[in-house]
Design a protein around this ligand. Sequence first.
Ligand SMILES: [Zn+2]
Length: 449
Amino acid sequence: MTVAVRGGTVVTAQESRRADVLIDGERIVRVGRVPTADREIDATGLFVLPGCVDLHTHLASTPTWTPLDGFATGSRAAIAGGVTTVVSMVQPEEGSLRGGIERAIRDAEASACDFAFHSVVTDPTDAVLAELPGMAEDGFAGLKVFMVSPRFTEKTAEYLGLYRAARRLGMTVAVHAEDRMLIERSTAALHLAGKTGVAYFPASRPVEAEVVAVRAALKYAAETQVPTYLVHISSGAALEEIRRSKAKYESRVTAETRPLYLHLTRDRFERPDAALWVGQPPLRDRADMYAVWRALADGTLDTVGTDHVPYTRARKLEPGLSFDKIPPGVSNLETLLPMLYSEGVRKERLTIERLVDVLATRPARIAGMTTKGEIAAGMDADLVLLDPTATRIIHASEMHSACDYDPYEGWEVTGWPRTVLLRGEVAYDKGEIRAAAGAGRLVRRSTNS
Ligand SMILES: [Zn+2]
């Protein structure tokens, strides 16, 4: 079965041009002039983008936690938003990374989009290190480390051993960089002063905590040469550290930000319902927001990951929760692309080619997904036909997430997917999800050695 997507403007990380795309089965076979196909899709007036690859979600369950958006609802939000591949964090099970992966694969049987994983290492034991070669070989080539966890401070040497093993095997380590000591100290001081309300959340996780940890992460990256992926960078000062390090080519570091830091600032924390926007790190100042946009445009940042992990309004606003007990995270999968287009491309902060680079091409390369993130012959036919004139106001009630609020409720956004293809099949069309639960497939990640 062949499909021709005709008359659109095909965008890659390098250029935009009027071209048709011919798909045969699951793959793109030609871009340019293409013959008549079994099925024709008219893309006149639309941008044809590669499906987005989100390297940061939390759709997989753990033995003690079931996400509000698991793969079933989360992947529908993804598809409706033009995200055709999600990477979920996966917790180990009984100390085993492989055990965690097995649980995540069972969860992902409900996925409507393609998926892969980062395995969170909560303790770099010898048993965990022994699992790595098999994991890398089977396509589970991504690890995640929380510098903010007590064990990281206690066992830094063991973690560096993990980094070196990952480096030898060609695995990538995603790092949550916030300094635990600084956060604990600020949190304790605020509690002591009786300042436990959500308004103090930003003060409890200051920019300094991010900067100190990013500096350390860059040092470890340079020392071990492990490909290091810094997640959800939020501040101008941390970006400055990354910019300097990249300019020196001293490490293989890449960096992600999160939509929250592009669109919102800490003045949300003056509102009584501020808990709805609690994520880690917190929202920052306006100057940081501008710095994040600049870094996204100039290559200091490589990608935008959603960190999609919503909780209900009631759960976020539970009375009596101190700022450090509010569950962190928001919904973002369905709005990632439309908002980056609307706020970024339309407002001339980013070119559309750069948007494609940061939402598709770069993340696919970082994660070792060799058939994703590009519109070219031989690649998976994951396509987003984006209507640059479609305007919608964001209402949680119209979103596919199971969450009952949206962090951007009431925001007017121009530029939405009209049609989304997942490996050649129409997965979403004009407001309707066509991909069934289970249409998604595991993407095995190649190593980068
Ligand atoms: Zn996260």
